[in-house]
Design a protein around this ligand. Structure first.
Ligand SMILES: *[C@@H]1O[C@H](CO)[C@@H](O)[C@H](O)[C@H]1NC(C)=O
Ligand SMILES: *[C@@H]1O[C@H](CO)[C@@H](O)[C@H](O)[C@H]1NC(C)=O
Ligand SMILES: *[C@@H]1O[C@H](CO)[C@@H](O)[C@H](O)[C@H]1NC(C)=O
Ligand SMILES: *[C@@H]1O[C@H](CO)[C@@H](O)[C@H](O)[C@H]1NC(C)=O
Ligand SMILES: *[C@@H]1O[C@H](CO)[C@@H](O)[C@H](O)[C@H]1NC(C)=O
Ligand SMILES: *[C@@H]1O[C@H](CO)[C@@H](O)[C@H](O)[C@H]1NC(C)=O
Ligand SMILES: *[C@@H]1O[C@H](CO)[C@@H](O)[C@H](O)[C@H]1NC(C)=O
Ligand SMILES: *[C@@H]1O[C@H](CO)[C@@H](O)[C@H](O)[C@H]1NC(C)=O
Length: 667
């Protein structure tokens, strides 16, 4: 962050030559001969999945500061678009997000944090474009199959309910809805979705298809006019700045509806700078959406820190405004959805690219990037090799822009070798001579030149320093943060763990945490066959985990507490650790895996369903022990377990169970 740099002190490095002729190349920017495509905005994606999980539990003022860096106009990323996951109770990369309909006869529009996030975004930018997309669906939607299209009417009404609920309960207008993230689409489903939206008074809601590759959706639209009239946007993921001719032929809007997914250090900002320009220059894409919005999940989960900024420590309040925030600002603060790209965009002679946009009322914004090959590598797909050198570039403004005499100048310079990058600095305005200006462009720079004067680099005092998860932590689930259905810091990896109130309980278990998913969802990833929610510090080795547990299902029901849980996300099935299980059939088990296959100990516990027990697990060095209601039950050597990991609670299968009075104490 740092203090604002004096614009004057930087003006010397900006080379301005009148008349235009010097040893560089000339680029004409004009609206003579028509304009290009309409710009639809730059956005961030919360979900796919649980990527904003830890954000919601930040204390004020830090939580609001983070939201300001993301959404507040003329402050930071100033995002135009917020896309969220329509929670489907299943693992969708970094966790599960709860559905608004766990069961067929159940509807609740206050679960999870996406509603809250959308409202916070809209509070800051009333014009923000909101998008919803499912990754997974509750099991009942698939009627027992891992497939949502056999009963399209069921899936359509499930999705339309979410859009109606957004309006009814939160006054949120969802502008676009997608089909099924990175999975097959079904033409019949899409047409029925369009028909049902229209019939429900939601004709303003556009459909994006199919949030996967350009094909086969593009060809399907060309061959099927009714499908084509149902779809507004072709959304492709990680297009590598390229489109395909069939997609262009559809005349639909083309979006990179999920892109970036790169570690958010300085180099990550380089990737983002390149794709924000070149998605239009190479691929005519008029919107780019970052996966993900903000890295607010335990860093050891898959794709740690792949967000525009990092906010993964609600316990300390620490957050980091990373380079992609300021790279976003270069475009978002000087354009709006509804502006139009000029046709005169392209590549620079010595590498890099430029785009130009206008509001059609005389305003002009030019964004230039000269990211070198090595410093703009996105995780996927690989970048073709090219060389880039410093260059002089002369821009000639013609047509409506010929009379512009001054442009505001903002610059970012990546200095990878010396680690002295500077981001989004305002320089002295550029005075144009005869509608022309020349820039000396070094490698790894981003420039914005604009008639818009409202750009601002927002800042707050430094947040508290980074800290590890507290070593002593407890939650009796009695104190609740009203907007949220989930307990702080618990990161569900299979199943959904929600606050539960049982007013008929005589106490002390009126307020508990309850696992509520009772059927395997229509999954997106390889959810475990058990349910599990992790919490704490992935480096923990020696801990005592204690929790009160209640099995609601009879027969073979079981619950566990665990330590040293090493994996989550899409790898959750393979999680190792030390798991202490008790079962409703009166037995217990100790395993080194979530799957329950590698058994260290087993025996009688006398446990049953519908009764509370206090279980405790201590793991220290190579030994582990467990107690039941305060009485020692077992101890065993754990030579083969994982070395370290989170604490966890969970159930033997998709079944109801409750947890209370959770505590963990680490060395
Ligand atoms: C600007 O253009 C006019 C008309 O073409 C020309 O006379 C003048 O010399 C130009 N000025 C500069 C500084 O190039
Ligand atoms: C929202 O859009 C309207 C119309 O384009 C514009 O006048 C207004 O300034 C925008 N508001 C914000 C906060 O950007
Ligand atoms: C540019 O945009 C500003 C702010 O929206 C507006 O006041 C102005 O009229 C526009 N046109 C020009 C030529 O600056
Ligand atoms: C980049 O420059 C090097 C050294 O001049 C040359 O060997 C290489 O072929 C160039 N690569 C490309 C893709 O132009
Ligand atoms: C850019 O122009 C300046 C001033 O004319 C000149 O000194 C420099 O060599 C040029 N740089 C390139 C890369 O052409
Ligand atoms: C609520 O508490 C009562 C009394 O302890 C118990 O019988 C019942 O099973 C509980 N129900 C739920 C859903 O927790
Ligand atoms: C865990 O306990 C073992 C045995 O006491 C000890 O050797 C090890 O250093 C401890 N680990 C940590 C991280 O404290
Ligand atoms: C919760 O556990 C603590 C010990 O960890 C114990 O002192 C307390 O009484 C328990 N509370 C309830 C409600 O069981």
């Amino acid at each position: 962050m740092g203090g604002p740099l004096s614009p004057v002190s930087l003006s010397a490095v900006l080379l301005l030559l009148s008349g235009g002729s010097c040893s560089g190349k000339d680029y004409v920017l004009t609206d003579v001969g028509g304009l290009g495509r309409v710009f639809d905005g730059i956005g961030g994606l919360s979900g796919g999945g649980a990527t904003s999980r830890l954000l919601v539990n930040y204390e004020e003022p830090y939580r609001s500061q983070i939201l300001d860096f993301l959404f507040k106009p003329n402050f930071g990323a100033s995002l135009h678009i917020l896309k969220v996951e329509i929670g489907g109770d299943a693992q969708t990369t970094d966790g599960t997000e709860p559905s608004h309909m766990h069961y067929e006869n159940d509807e609740n529009y206050f679960r999870g944090y996406e509603w809250w996030l959308m409202k916070e975004a809209k509070k800051r930018n009333p014009n923000i474009t909101l998008i919803g997309l499912p990754w997974a669906f509750p099991g009942w939607v698939g009627r027992g199959k891992n497939w949502p299209y056999d009963h399209p009417d069921v899936t359509v009404s499930y999705v339309v309910n979410w859009i109606l609920g957004a309006k009814q309960y939160h006054d949120l207008d969802i502008q676009y809805v997608g089909i099924w993230n990175e999975r097959a689409f079904d033409a019949k489903y899409i047409k029925l979705l369009r028909y049902t939206l229209d019939k429900s008074g939601l004709d303003r809601v556009g459909i994006i298809a199919s949030d996967d590759l350009w094909e086969p959706i593009a060809l399907s639209l060309l061959l099927d006019p009714e499908l084509s009239s149902s779809v507004d946007v072709i959304g492709a993921h990680y297009p590598g700045t390229r489109t395909v001719s069939q997609a262009v032929k559809t005349q639909k809007k083309l979006w990179a509806s999920e892109d970036y997914s790169t570690f958010n250090d300085e180099v990550g900002g380089g990737c983002w700078a390149r794709i924000l320009n070149q998605n239009y220059v190479n691929g005519l894409m008029t919107s780019t959406i970052s996966w993900n919005l903000v890295a607010s999940y335990y860093e050891e989960l898959p794709f740690g820190r792949d967000g525009l900024m990092t906010a993964q420590e609600p316990w300390s309040g620490n957050y980091v405004v990373e380079s992609p925030i300021w790279i976003t600002a270069h475009s978002t603060q000087f354009t709006q959805p509804g502006w139009t790209y000029l046709k005169t965009v392209g590549h620079l002679a010595q590498g890099g690219s430029y785009v130009a946009l206008t509001d059609g009322r005389g305003n002009l914004t030019v964004v230039i990037e000269t990211m070198t090959h090595d410093h703009s590598v996105c995780i996927r797909p690989p970048l073709p090799a090219y060389n880039l050198t410093s260059q002089n570039a002369t821009f000639q403004l013609k047509g409506s822009f010929a009379s512009i005499v001054e442009l505001q100048v903002w610059r970012s310079q990546f200095q990878f070798k010396t680690k002295s990058s500077s981001f989004f600095q305002q320089l002295s305005p550029l005075k144009l001579v005869n509608g022309s200006f020349t820039l000396h462009l070094a490698e790894d720079e981003v420039y914005t030149l604009s008639t818009i004067r409202t750009g601002q680099k927002g800042s707050y005092p430094a947040p508290p320093p980074s800290a590890r998860f507290p070593k002593a932590y407890k939650d009796d689930f009695n104190v609740r943060n009203p907007p949220f259905s989930e307990a702080p810091n618990f990161a569900d990896q299979t199943g959904v763990f929600e606050y539960h109130v049982n007013l008929t309980d005589p106490g002390p278990h009126v307020f508990t945490l309850r696992q509520v998913v009772t059927q395997r969802p229509v999954t997106w990833a390889s959810d475990a066959d058990q349910t599990i929610s992790v919490i704490g510090d992935h480096r923990w080795q020696n801990v005592t985990v204690t929790c009160d547990v209640l099995m609601e299902a009879v027969g073979t029901a079981g619950v566990f507490i665990a330590a040293r849980v090493d994996k989550g996300g899409q790898s959750v099935r393979g999680a190792k650790g030390v798991f202490f299980w008790v079962f409703a059939d009166g037995t217990y088990k100790v395993t080194t895996d979530l799957a329950g296959q590698t058994v260290l100990m087993e025996g009688k516990s006398g446990t049953g369903a519908l009764a509370w027990y206090t279980v405790s697990l201590t793991v220290k060095g190579q030994s582990a022990s467990g107690t039941l209601d305060g009485v020692a039950l077992w101890n065993v050597a754990v030579t083969s377990s994982s070395k370290s990991g989170w604490a966890a609670v969970g159930t033997r299968a998709f079944e109801l169970a409750q947890f209370d009075n959770f505590s963990v104490l680490a060395d």
